[in-house]
Ligand binder design. Structure first.
Ligand code: NG1
Ligand code: MG
Length: 387
């Protein structure tokens, strides 16, 4: 892999002098969905697939970007002094955004860079290729320019850049999971104060399978912000009757006792999801610690039902993938993961059921939805590193 990447870098930029190879993973969230902007818990893990980058420092302030995934776009040039928040699409806005964010935070980036990226995260699959590129960029800057930033800082800078440069009001989960990734562990993160622990994910005789719906999100982005607004309003109403900072501070009992403060039925359902999902996440981590995989799977299923019925962010595509998965013997648990609306599902599947899972769910999906889903058997891996 390293040699192939360096060779490609040399072909694009003329030579490989001073070039180094880096990697940042993708991530999948096992449970705890739409809780990260509600002061709740999430339970994501980094994957062994991710973004590879080759980079070198230039002698001037020029920036050159090339992506092997979007090779047809050629080399894209820019300058360190020309970085301005840009809400338009275009993959270079992720690395540019992180450079801009470092500058905003007071770090001096003395020289420009030549960068080549090649990701093996399926594009738009919901495994956070964007956060992977953000963390990778931060890591590259840290390595080349000696910035004293922790991996947690890289996550925060990535989120800051996505919020303020790309205009996506995301929570901290994606960047945190990627920057703090640890092989064979998932990260139990409390987004209220960023305290976290690692929980071993010992999947004996089973694997994590991602099913990508291939449904484009688009509209989802506005719905994402709509859900955030609904939760914020519900929180403000609840704060009139109970002393909390976020929906994640409530137990289910406290929520039930106070929910009449929420003056709109739909909003109350959104808040219910956030509260219950947070409690489910806490229970799921405990179940995993006790090696009660069946209970963990059950909680994954309940998470999906809540996202489908109360939070209403699933849609026919994700529901089909999950409901078909539930029918199969050997599926321990299955749910949508990420923002929803499109993107992918994550399932815990026993080894002997994986082939059946892929063929049966794939077949039913094509029949009901009209196009194909893609399947990936994934492994839990480490955070960003130099190769
Ligand atoms: P995805 O769509 O998987 O990147 C989004 C948010 C997360 C989190 C989840 C829902 C972005 C970039 N990320 O994840 O912070 O809120 O939805 O749990 O929007
Ligand atoms: Mg993203």
């Amino acid at each position: 892999m390293k040699e192939t990447l360096l060779k490609a870098f040399g072909e694009v930029y003329g030579d490989t002098e001073g070039a180094k190879v880096f990697f940042a993973p993708g991530r999948v969230n096992l449970i705890g969905e739409h809780t990260d902007y509600n002061g709740g818990h999430v339970f994501p893990c980094a994957l062994t697939i991710g973004t590879y980058g080759v980079a070198r420092v230039r002698k001037d302030k020029k920036l050159r970007f090339y992506s092997m995934n979007f090779g047809h776009l050629g080399v894209i040039e820019s300058g360190l002094d020309d970085l301005k928040p840009a809400k338009e699409a275009g993959w270079t806005n992720y690395p540019k955004g992180v450079m801009w964010a470092f500058k905003e935070k007071g770090y001096q980036i003395p020289f420009g860079l030549d960068i080549l990226l090649n990701g093996n995260i399926p594009n738009g699959s919901g495994l956070s290729s964007s956060a992977s590129v953000e963390v990778l960029t931060g890591y590259v800057l840290k390595e080349f320019f000696g910035f004293e930033v922790s991996n947690q800082d890289l996550a925060l800078i990535g989120q800051f850049s996505e919020n303020n440069f790309n205009g996506v009001n995301c929570g901290i989960m994606d960047q945190f999971a990627i920057a703090m990734g640890k092989k064979d562990h998932a990260i139990f993160l409390d987004t209220a104060d960023l305290s976290y622990t690692y929980a071993p994910v010992k999947l004996e005789g089973m694997k994590l399978v991602i099913a990508s719906s291939n449904k484009k999100r688009g509209l989802g982005d506005s719905k994402y912000n709509e859900r955030r607004d609904e939760c914020e309003m519900a929180l403000a109403e609840l704060q009139k009757v109970v002393d909390i900072n976020g929906l994640g501070d409530l137990t289910q009992e406290q929520f039930e006792a106070n929910k009449s403060a929420i003056k709109d039925i739909v909003r109350a359902k959104r808040a219910k999801h956030a509260v219950y999902e947070n409690q489910r996440t806490i229970k799921a981590v405990k179940a995993l610690e006790e090696n009660d995989i069946a209970q963990f799977g059950q909680l994954m299923n309940e998470s999906h039902i809540s996202l489908r019925d109360d939070y209403e962010v699933t849609g026919a595509e994700l529901d089909t993938l999950v409901e078909e998965a539930w029918k199969i013997d050997g599926v321990v648990g299955s749910r949508m993961t990420g923002a929803g609306f499109g993107g992918c599902t994550v399932s815990l599947v026993k080894d002997e059921a994986i082939d059946t899972f892929i063929s049966k769910v794939g077949e039913a999906y094509r029949r009901k939805i009209g196009y194909k889903a893609d399947f990936y058997v994934v492994e839990v891996g480490d955070g960003p590193r130099t190769l």
